[in-house]
Ligand binder design. Structure first.
Ligand code: C2E
Ligand code: MG
Ligand code: MG
Length: 643
């Protein structure tokens, strides 16, 4: 037969180009890449043997060598469909979770296939070399074709079964590669002289590399490790297939400090060097960079390795890292998560990751997931949903707490405090949901709700008739960052015909100390409009006092914790008394928060506080009840307190 080897030569060229690109391309040392490299190697070898078996005749190197070349070609060539199924398994990250019966279906036909081929020189069942040294097909050769078709069919079934674990594009690619191989096989089966099978495989493998092995979107560009979304995808695939695996999370807590001290270039190099160091531990698993200086190593089957890896890294951290001319020591936190024991699904794994990233201090050993409580994260999410429901269903309410004037000896104002009672979670304390709402920006809407409600309350006039001069409304730092805050408030006040002097806005000390330019501008604008400003929770924030001098605060609200301390301890009392003197010299008036008893009231009045707020007068209550409280205190009772 006259063989046409042009296709084989073309396939060799394709393999060569594919190998060169694969070798020089940015790659992650993961098992999938190793399996692909193997596939490429097997297929290239098969093309080489195919060409040699045509070019080298028995006369040249003997009949046995010719038999060897044919056998080698058959072995390598028949390995390709089998290895392609293995590749799909690694593509979907399900290789470690296949059942025993699947293993039998996977390995047995290939074992039979290879046995038939390697014994063929003796049996002549698959390959026959006639007496003149020419190749001929053996009688059982259709079995080899049948087994190859079996593997391609297995590949189709597997790809369809695990399609949720691969991008749609990957599933389509796998299916079309298989179809292409089948077509090439069919052509060669009916026309053996046209050696197109290797060409079909070569095209397939090249496309696999360009489409499926294109991992740029899976790699973190700085550390060259798999990125966070690959981590999530792989966890998802393994959790769905019920695979057991262990994750070792490693975080460098001092990284921000190092970055501030030595600069970005230094810290990026350090991160890359650390990632390079971690590469040495991923021979059996995979390595990821999960952002925020947090790395993850995953180990399948060999969970015991996690402890060893931790000890090795810990020992290495005892030595310094040389970056340019700087020698620095770094520390790390470690967390081990065993899946599914500690976390049944990806969401819980990611809860642990997020919790771990936020942890301020971690014990000096490898922490185990079972030792930490991720309730916070779950609760966070639930509360966030409750806030959304609250905004949607308008189920927030505003309560009012009276503020007593020492001078006027009556209640002259009140603080508006928001309340959220959710159908599912019940009452959620503001300290909890306000912090969350500030983090996700929902505080802007909440802030408007409270401000509008306070204006409505003022407009009704009943409270004003009972002596309320202004209502204090809390303002979050996030609201202060809006460029049109003053306009928004102005238009709400216009709508309800409320005079700005009826409003006092409270800003916490921590927020005021931060004072970005826009916030300072807003406070000035609001103050210029005639709104009073109060500095809330004084004594809990920073010691930087420039804001006290520069901003137009009319009131200073002493934090209830501080007040409590002042009433119990001499040093705290001296500090508060000095603060009161200082604030008065700066023309500010003092409001004491959290006063609950007669004794406390008497003492804060002695200290010179101008206004008193606390449960002594009333807890925060809904508007109607607040009016009753006002009525109650408008008589003799208040006077008796003050006298
Ligand atoms: P804050 O502005 O310092 O409000 C005073 C807090 O002290 C209120 O807690 C009030 O109920 C509580 N309090 C007052 N007197 C006493 C007392 O005698 N004993 C005790 N144990 N507590 C007393 P609340 O209502 O739970 O609010 C907590 C914090 O949530 C507020 O602290 C404020 O920072 C924030 N907040 C409440 N409503 C809003 C709002 O509408 N907007 C914003 N941005 N923050 C709000
Ligand atoms: Mg307040
Ligand atoms: Mg306060």
């Amino acid at each position: 037969m006259h063989y046409i080897i042009h296709y084989d030569i073309a396939s060799l060229v394709i393999f060569l180009i594919t190998s060169i690109i694969f070798a020089f391309r940015k790659r992650i040392p993961c098992k999938r890449n190793k399996v692909f490299a193997m596939l490429l190697g097997i297929a290239s070898a098969s093309a080489v043997f195919d060409i040699l078996s045509v070019l080298i005749t028995s006369d040249m190197l003997g009949r046995n060598f010719k038999i060897f070349l044919h056998t080698a070609y058959y072995v390598t060539h028949n390995f390709i469909p089998f290895w392609f199924v293995i590749y799909i398994m690694f593509l979907t990250d399900t290789s470690s979770s296949v059942t025993n019966s699947f293993r039998i279906r996977l390995y047995l036909p290939e074992i039979v296939n290879i046995l038939l081929i390697v014994t063929s020189p003796l049996t002549g069942w698959i390959i026959r070399i006639d007496s003149s040294g020419n190749y001929d097909r053996g009688p059982l050769q259709p079995i080899c074709y049948a087994i190859s078709i079996y593997y391609l069919a297995l590949g189709i079934v597997y790809a369809l079964e695990t399609r949720r674990m691969m991008p749609r594009q990957a599933v389509l690619s796998v299916l079309s590669f298989i179809a292409m191989t089948l077509i090439a096989m069919f052509i060669q089966m009916i026309n053996p002289a046209l050696m197109v099978e290797c060409f079909g495989s070569a095209l397939c493998i090249m496309l696999v590399m360009f489409i499926l092995q294109n991992q740029d979107d899976m790699i973190d560009s700085g550390t060259k490790m798999l990125n966070r979304s690959s981590f999530v995808n792989n966890c998802l695939a393994n959790c769905t297939s019920g695979t057991q695996f262990s994750i070792l999370l490693i975080r460098i807590p001092d990284f921000t400090l190092l970055m501030r001290t030595f600069g970005t270039r230094f810290s990026n190099t350090l991160l890359r060097n650390f990632a390079d160091y971690l590469y040495s531990f991923i021979e059996l698993g995979e390595g990821y960079y999960l952002e925020d200086e947090c790395f993850a190593l995953t180990y399948f089957r060999d969970g015991g390795r996690v402890g060893e890896v931790y000890r090795e890294i810990f020992t290495r951290l005892g030595e310094s890292w040389k970056i340019g001319s700087v020698d620095t020591l770094i520390s790390a936190y470690f967390l081990r998560i065993d899946v599914p024991k500690d976390a049944e699904d990806t969401e819980i794994i990611m809860d642990y990751v997020e919790h771990f990233k936020r942890m301020k201090s971690v014990p000096d050993h490898m922490l185990h997931a079972s030792e930490i409580n991720i309730y916070d994260q779950r609760r966070r999410e639930e509360v966030e949903k409750a806030i959304e429901r609250g905004i949607e269903n308008r189920s927030f309410s505003v309560y009012y707490q009276p503020i007593y004037s020492a001078d006027k000896k009556r209640i002259v104002s009140c603080e508006a405090l928001i309340r959220l009672v959710d159908d599912q979670l019940g009452n959620i304390p503001p300290d909890e949901f306000i912090t969350l709402a500030e983090q996700n920006g929902m505080i802007i809407k909440i802030g408007r709700i409270v401000f509008e409600e306070a204006c409505r309350f003022i407009k009704k006039g009943e409270a004003m008739d009972l002596g309320i001069q202004y209502v204090e409304v809390n303002l979050s730092v996030v609201q202060c960052m809006q460029s049109d805050l003053a306009e928004q408030f102005m238009s709400i006040m216009d709508q309800y015909k409320v005079d700005p002097s009826n409003i006092c806005l409270e800003i916490t000390e921590t927020a005021a100390a931060y004072t970005p330019h826009i916030m300072e501008q807003n406070i000035r604008l609001l103050s210029d409009m005639g709104i009073k400003m109060a500095l809330d929770d004084y004594g809990t924030g920073y010691s930087n006092m420039s804001y006290l001098l520069n901003m137009p605060f009319k009131f200073l609200k002493l934090d209830k914790g501080m007040m409590r301390a002042a009433l119990e301890r001499d040093k705290a009392r001296i500090a508060i008394e000095s603060t009161i003197v200082m604030a008065k010299k700066l023309n500010m008036q003092i409001i004491a928060e959290g006063i609950e008893t007669d004794d406390q009231l008497e003492r804060v009045l002695d200290m010179g506080c101008d206004f008193i707020q606390g449960n002594y007068f009333s807890m925060p209550v809904p508007g109607d009840e607040f009016l009753q409280v006002l009525k109650k205190f408008s008589g003799d009772e208040v006077k008796s307190h003050a006298n």
